[in-house]
Ligand binder design. Sequence first.
Ligand code: SF4
Ligand code: MG
Length: 328
Amino acid sequence: GRNLAKRFGGKKGLFHSSPTVYAVNDVSIAVWPGETFAIVGESGCGKSTLARLLLRLIEPSDGDVLYQGKDITKLSASDMRSLRSEMQIIFQDPFASLNPRMTVGSIIAEPIRLHGLAKGKAVDDRVAELLRIVGLRPEYADRYPHEFSGGQRQRIGVARALAGQPKLIIGDEPVSALDVSIQAQVINLLEDLKEQFGLTLIIVAHDLAVIRHMSDRVAVMYLGEVVELSPVDPLYEKPLHPYTQTLLDAIPVPVPGHREKRSLARGDVPSPTNPPPGCRFHTRCPFALQKCREVHPPLEDVGGGRFVACHLWREIQEQDHPSAPLDG
Ligand code: SF4
Ligand code: MG
């Protein structure tokens, strides 16, 4: 996506005017084929909106989305429809995203029929195969979603996404509605399928805990903007943006007695209807200077595939790691 923006509302009615919500503001990201790209941020940061923009499930207010060199925001409805099978989404809530009146078999068969990938008996065979691929029994095709647990329903959602033979799957918080014990199973399933079918994955998450071991690169979003973009290991070892540090500090520490790091961010996330001027994080950032309140920091290429939008990232690094240069 290039220079993507999405504003909601802002219409003037006769008796009211609804505020404009700046959900995504001038975001540019490139996702490489075969990688797992994570988009992370607190609720309301615009990550789900960005995911939907990338799939053109919603139309951008500005910017474009290039998919294999084509700007998909300019494709006609019918060209878009044929591209749809290549790009699938798995939703957060497996309870809400499966039609309760359809059998599991017909839910999974829908994209197969829609995209003309099989006919007649071959559809049933394909459904049985997909159920097996996601670790469910083929006989489940005749049952209804309510007969399954949360983890099983998310597997059904994955089977439905695979049915269109996608190249790209976006998971919008695909495990955050599941029990912690089930989360790892679904993550492992996604990783296996990625290998098996050569998929590109985009995973949207609200914290940095879940995505660490499956992602190649991570984009951290705050109030509709990407504030840090980095390969996964350096991001966890040496976060450059104060907000990324805050997200890392929020990960529960598994070892009792482990040293708690200082938690940086103070206060609540400001409303996206009226984002702060300058750096949007300045109202919560302990390092903020006058410049931060006035000048918007651009996403700066700092080398090693890393990008950060902070006026003071060098000085902050120097403070935290006085003798360690960025790529040392
Ligand atoms: Fe904090 Fe200033 Fe950096 Fe924004 S630009 S994150 S306010 S130090
Ligand atoms: Mg969301």
